[in-house]
Design a protein around this ligand. Structure first.
Ligand code: PLP
Length: 206
């Protein structure tokens, strides 16, 4: 990927998550055939409809939940997904912690940050992030691997990526889920380890 070379990053240090939300299995199969291994969905229910069959055919695939999670979907989410990018409140921590123990599955966990402090958006405010991450670990025994952000559409993304990276670093977190079709190259410059790219791969969602 050219964005990696431009940022002097190893290609292998950045995972490309192909965001297949709203696309049918028939659209996803050719992308798998082209060698793409990691996919993202933003709804548990939608993912449950199309992914079990696709996953059964290929053991190397990795499925990421990048959208909001309700506690009553934690069982299904832990069963289906290899990574969850939307850990953002104590009730989710509690539900995930129970299911991880019960199912003996350990999805990669990311705390979602609301770096723009937008009222309509999910995620933890930057000022609460350190406390929340500590609570995930000490209060719920969750092994948090990284942080995720979705910058406000009207803002330049760079300061949001820089802040996300700083919060990760001071909490000893190695993984950064940031960057979408419009801004993944900038995110990679700021250290993204997981970029979530939908429309640039699948085409615009009608
Ligand atoms: C849809 C979505 C993406 C992908 O967006 P594109 O602009 O299509 O690349 C990335 N992250 C999240 C959380 C999404 O919901």
């Amino acid at each position: 990927m050219r964005a990696c070379a431009d940022a002097r990053r190893e290609r292998s240090s950045v995972s490309l998550i192909a965001v297949s939300k709203t696309y049918e299995a028939d659209d996803i199969v050719p992308v798998i055939a082209a060698g793409q291994h990691q996919f993202g969905e933003n709804r548990v229910q939608e993912a449950k409809g199309k992914w079990p069959a696709l996953l059964a055919a290929r053991s190397s695939l990795m499925l990421h939940l990048i959208g909001p999670l309700q506690s009553n979907k934690a069982r299904e989410a832990v069963a289906l997904f290899d990574a969850i990018h939307s850990v953002d409140r104590p009730s989710i921590c509690e539900a995930l912690s129970k299911e991880i123990e019960k199912q003996r599955r350990k999805p990669l966990l990311f705390v979602q940050l609301n770096t723009g402090e937008e009222p309509q958006k999910a995620g933890i405010a930057p000022g609460d992030a350190d406390d929340f991450i500590r609570r995930c670990r000490d209060g719920y025994g969750l092994d948090i691997a990284g942080v995720m952000c979705i910058p406000p559409v009207e803002d330049a993304p760079a300061p949001h990526f820089a802040l996300t990276s700083k919060i990760a670093a001071r909490n000893g977190l190695k993984l950064l889920s940031m960057g979408m079709s419009a801004d993944f190259a900038i995110a990679i410059q700021f250290g993204a380890t997981h970029v979530r790219v939908g429309s640039a791969i699948f085409g615009s969602r009608g």
